[in-house]
Design a protein around this ligand. Structure first.
Ligand SMILES: NC(=O)c1ccc[n+]([C@@H]2O[C@H](COP(=O)([O-])OP(=O)(O)OC[C@H]3O[C@@H](n4cnc5c(N)ncnc54)[C@H](OP(=O)(O)O)[C@@H]3O)[C@@H](O)[C@H]2O)c1
Length: 437
């Protein structure tokens, strides 16, 4: 049998401790699958005294993850510290520089430094595997990078943040407010004490930037993503969506258009009958549309110790199975040096249907004035109704509009016009409608 693969794990928190535990529990099965043993021979974390509920055997302890990456007797460095700078970046660079394979679950790191790290890995002839960085346990990276060779992707979109999907699911199922759902999510451990990163879309954007690069062969451009979170989604929106045959999801969408590549993260209305609308709670899903395959949808657990460990261990097993001297495939599906500059499509040119909810003064002529602003901007309406649900009083009414395909620029201009007309009693709500099968 080949020599054992020696693994060093940096970070023994939720994911790291699960990886160490599963590698121990499933050692015999992994040996059968990989044709060699996989042993944890080094570990690093901040607190050497903390009980992590896992037997780390005779693994050598390192206080310093960078030192472990450089000096430990390991073949694979597994980075599970987190963060886009500091010890995560320094240790991954050190490990690649020392010619060791790297496995990481760190989307923030890859969104910021992925291309640079891929260049180092490819130059050194080692693997940089990151299945767990996008949609946790769902094998989307492998699917896009390996199983879809020859396909040209036209659009990739998904529910990439379990916290947001949990909140939107409960808001719809129980009719409770965003704030109440968020508090509950925090109590149950589904949301961080500071939830901004999740609910304002940053976490989704990091993951989307990696999928975009894989889909279109472009350099990662996380800072170019248009982003809106879910904190201004109200019960009025959820109810109106339901009445119209839609469900609201926070989607990350990357799409090739005539003017460039759109990357956007925002609350989205998807048809209630679509497959992605059936993805509830903390579950994640990724839909990939290509010229040959059509649409593929993968769904499953997007976070949590065991689900994430499953993806990390899959990456380690791939390294265990790789043959010495074998030229590894490029990190983002194309050689890092050949990744094209990202050509950004402006959000104003986004084309699609729109849901617009307006709270207006209950006055004669308001309805007609709204319809005129739409017509003036060449927006064709699928429906315009004075909606029964919503924050109505004698003095105000809710008007719900659904447009046929139009542009973001036209919608913004029309809504600005309606606002200037002085008919609104509250901020207008605009939610994009996404085509989904
Ligand atoms: N949790 C999930 O469900 C999930 C899902 C997908 C991806 N991820 C990604 O996986 C990574 C780890 O997440 P996590 O949830 O496991 O985080 P976590 O529970 O906060 O664990 C972080 C670990 O890193 C260690 N650490 C911090 N600074 C260190 C340093 N300078 N040197 C060595 N170790 C250090 C900590 O040590 P101490 O324990 O001693 O404090 C801790 O063990 C992140 O990149 C995250 O985005 C997580």
């Amino acid at each position: 049998m080949a020599e054992a693969l020696r693994v060093g794990i940096a970070g023994l928190g939720t994911v790291g401790a699960s990886v160490a535990r599963v590698l121990g529990d499933k050692a015999a099965e992994l040996t059968r699958q990989c044709g060699r043993d996989i042993v944890v021979s080094a570990v690093s974390a901040r607190d050497p005294k903390r009980d992590r509920g896992v037997d780390l055997g005779s693994a050598e302890w390192f206080d310093d993850a960078v030192k472990m990456a450089e000096k430990a007797d390991i073949d694979v460095f597994v980075e599970l510290i987190g963060g886009d700078e500091g010890p995560a970046l320094a240790s991954v660079k050190a490990a690649l520089g020392a010619g060791r394979h790297v496995v990481t679950a760190n989307k923030a790191l890859l969104a910021k430094h992925g291309v640079q790290l891929a260049e180092i890995a490819e130059k050194k002839g080692v693997l940089l595997n990151y299945e767990a960085a996008v949609a946790g346990g769902i094998p989307v990276i492998k699917t896009m990078r390996e199983a879809m060779a020859g396909n040209s992707v036209t659009r990739v979109f998904g529910i990439l943040n379990g916290t947001c999907n949990y909140i939107l699911t409960r808001m719809e199922a129980e009719g409770i407010s965003f704030d109440a759902c968020l508090k509950d999510a925090q109590r149950l451990g589904y949301a961080e004490a500071d939830p901004t990163f999740d609910i304002e879309g940053h976490d989704t954007a990091h993951k989307l930037s990696i999928l975009t690069s894989l889909a279109f062969g472009t350099k990662i451009a996380a800072n170019d993503i248009y982003m809106e979170g879910i904190s201004n989604i109200s019960q009025a929106d959820i109810r109106a969506a339901g009445d119209l045959g839609y469900r609201i999801k926070l989607l990350g969408v990357a799409q090739r258009t005539e003017s460039g590549i759109e990357q956007r993260v925002h609350p989205t209305m998807v048809p209630t009958a679509s497959v992605i609308a059936q993805v509830h709670g903390v579950t994640n899903a990724v839909a990939i549309e290509t010229d040959i395959l059509g649409e593929l949808l993968l769904s499953g657990p997007g976070a949590g110790g065991n689900a994430t460990a499953s993806a990390v261990i899959g990456d380690i097993a791939d390294i265990a199975k790789s043959r010495p001297g074998f030229q590894h495939g490029p990190v983002f599906g194309r050689p890092a040096k050949e990744l094209k500059p990202y050509k950004k499509a402006q959000m104003r040119s986004h084309a699609g249907g729109y849901f617009i909810r307006l709270t207006v003064h209950d006055r004669i002529g308001v309805f007609a004035a709204i319809a005129k602003r739409m017509a003036d901007n060449d927006i064709s309406l699928e429906s315009i109704v004075q909606h029964a649900s919503g924050p109505e009083t004698d003095a105000q009414k809710t008007v719900i509009l659904v447009t046929h395909e139009t542009t973001e620029a036209a919608v913004r201009k029309a809504v600005d016009g309606i606002t200037k007309d002085g008919h609104l009693t509250d901020k207008p709500q605009v939610i994009r409608i996404e085509r989904a099968g």
